[in-house]
Design a protein around this ligand. Structure first.
Ligand SMILES: [Zn+2]
Length: 173
């Protein structure tokens, strides 16, 4: 079942001219879909990668408690200057892909593992992968069709349209 599906998708891909083929590469795909979240340090203005910092609770001091009530402050340490930044005053920037689909690249299909739970997980993963692969293929095929449709066939299309109009006109009269 899985082999058949995988074979079909690979077969469709292979039929397309090289420049329209979907690239199957996990490393290239992950590079493209990577979301970068950075936290700007208020003091030294260094961008800290989200995975490098740890957000923790800081007990409010007595004055803050008096003014704001008993609230914990979410803070994080700058990796460069080590100073504590308040999370709610931190400028957070996010680099997200504008269009996460139609990258022209899909990751390699998930591999089959042993064990019942892994089999269930594999089925979900392979189905997700197949849909991703299929949508990329459909996009490439549509692009291939559109690119070739427009190659000097405009005059021919015009002739067909005219003759159809004449026939319809004749039928009504
Ligand atoms: Zn800093």
């Amino acid at each position: 079942m899985y082999n058949l599906m995988h074979g079909s998708l690979a077969g469709i891909n292979a039929l397309l001219p090289l420049e329209y083929q979907v690239i199957i590469s996990t490393s290239e795909y992950e590079q493209l879909v990577k979301t970068e979240v950075t936290y700007l340090c208020y003091y030294c203005e260094v961008q800290n990668d989200k995975q490098d910092i740890e957000i923790f609770d800081l007990q409010p001091n007595s004055i803050q408690t008096l003014v704001h009530g008993k609230m914990l402050n979410k803070v994080w340490n700058c990796t460069k200057c080590q100073r504590i930044n308040m999370l709610n005053k931190t400028s957070i920037s996010q680099t997200v892909l504008q269009n996460p689909t139609f990258l022209g690249i899909v990751p390699e299909p998930p591999t089959r593992r042993n064990g019942l739970m892994d089999k269930l997980k594999f089925n979900i993963e392979i189905e997700r992968w197949a849909w991703l692969c299929l949508s990329e293929l459909e996009f490439k095929m549509a692009k291939f069709r559109d690119d070739n449709w427009n190659k000097g066939d405009d005059e021919l299309i015009g002739e067909i349209d005219t003759s159809l109009d004449d026939k319809e006109g004749g039928g009504i009269a």
